[in-house]
Design a protein. Sequence first.
Length: 441
Amino acid sequence: MADTIYALASGAGRAGIAVWRLSGEGSGSALSSLTGCPLPPARRAVRAVLRDHDGEPIDDGLVLWFPAPASFTGEDVVELHLHGGRAVAQALGQALARLGLRPAEPGEFSRRAFAGGKIDLTHAEAIADLVAAETSAQRRQALRQMDGSLAALIEEWRRRLVSILARLEAAIDFAEEDLPSSLIDLTRTEAAALSADLARHLADNRRGEILRDGLHITLLGAPNAGKSSLLNRLAGREAAIVSAEAGTTRDVIEIHLDLAGWPVILADTAGLREAAGQIEAEGVRRALARAEAADLKLAVFDAALVPNLDEATCEVIDDATLVVLNKRDLSSSLLPETVAGRPVVAVSAKTGDGLDDLLSWIGEEVQQRFAVGPAPVLTRARHRAAAEAAERALSGFDPSGDLGLAAESLRAAATALGRITGRVETDEVLEAIFREFCIGK
Ligand SMILES: Nc1nc2c(ncn2[C@@H]2O[C@H](COP(=O)(O)OP(=O)(O)OP(=O)(O)O)[C@@H](O)[C@H]2O)c(=O)[nH]1
Ligand SMILES: [K+]
Ligand SMILES: [Mg+2]
C-alpha cells in the first residue's frame, strides 16, 4: 500500500485560508480522527473543528471528502480549508504525522494522478505550466493543453500508426507469391501522409515552446548607440549602466517584459567593435553568441550618424532583425526607410519618443512569427524530441523491402509518440517531469 501523503496545496505563509490536501488509503481515517466524527458526505464542504490526539483544537474550518476513484489522484482524497498561518500549519503537520501520514514530495499528487490513469503526462505538464504562467498567453496555452488537445493529437497520430501497422501485418500473413500490392501501396501513402503531418507540426518555429519558456530578444549595435538606454526605457528602471563612454556594457543584462501577453527576455549586450581589451572582447563574443540564439534581434544605430551605418552591426542583420534608429532627437536629417533591406523604426531612448511604435511593432512581429492558434502545439523540448524521433523512424519505413523491418520502424515511431503522453515511459523520465512541480501539486 502506498503511503498516505499530505501537503499544503495553497501558498505558504500567512493567509486568510490555506488549503491542505491528503491522498491515499489513510486519508478517510485521518479525517475521522481529526474531526472525531464519521466521514462527511462525499464532495460536500462541511464545517468541522479539527483536534489533535489530546483533543486540543487545531482549527475550525471546512473539510471535504473525495472517496476513490472520483478524486484528483484517483485515491481517497481529503481537502482541509483552514486558516493560513504558521502555528496552524505546524499543529496540523504534527497531528497528521502522528496519524502515520507523511509530507508529499514535489509533484507527488500529480504523479499519483498519472499513475492512477487520471491524467496523461501532457496534462500533468499543463498543470505545472498553469501554476507557473506569468502572462495571459501562457495561461491560455496551459489551459489548452490541460484540455487534452495535445494529447488527442498525439493519440490520433498513434492511432494512424497502429492502423498502418495492422494493414502491414495483414499483408505479412499473405503468402509471398500473392502479396496484395494495393495493401502495401496503401501503407506507403498513409505513412507518407502521417510523416508530412508530423513534419508540419515540427516546422512551427517552436512557437509553443517559446511561449512557455519566453521569447528571447537581443539588443545589438555599436558602442554608444544607446542599447542600454533603450533597455532601461523598456524596463522602466535603471537596469543597465549608461554612460557616454564607449564600451560600457560587457556582460549580457536581461530584463523580463510582458509584451502583449508574451513573456519576453530582453537582453542588452556589449557594443560591437574591435575591442580595446580582453574583457571587452569577451563581451563582444557573448553579444554575438546571444544574437545567434535569439528569437528576434533589435539592431540599434545612432540616428545622428546616418548614413554612416556601423558595419559590424549591419553584418548581424538578417530576417529575424528589426532595425532601430535611436537618438532621433539629435538627428535633423531625413532617415532611411529601410536598412539592409529591413524596415526601420526611429526612437529616442532619451525622450521616450517612438517607444510605443517600437513596442507595437515588436508585438506585431512576434504575433506574426510565433502566434499560437487554436490548434495544439508542442510546448516542450521533450515533446519535440519525441516527435522528431517518430518522424525519423517513419522515414525509415520501406514496405517494398523486408516487411518485418518495415513493421519495426512503425512500432518505433509509435513508441516515440507514446513517450509524449506517457504511454511508455521510464521512471527516469517521470522523475524529471514531476520534479519541477511544487509541493502540493
Ligand atoms: N540625445 C540622446 N542621447 C542618448 C540617447 N540614447 C542614449 N543616449 C546617450 O548615449 C550615450 C550612450 O548610451 P548607452 O545607453 O550607454 O549606449 P550603449 O549602446 O549601451 O553603449 P555601450 O554599452 O558602450 O555599447 C549615453 O551618454 C546616453 O545618455 C538618445 O535617444 N538621445
Ligand atoms: K556607453
Ligand atoms: Mg550599454
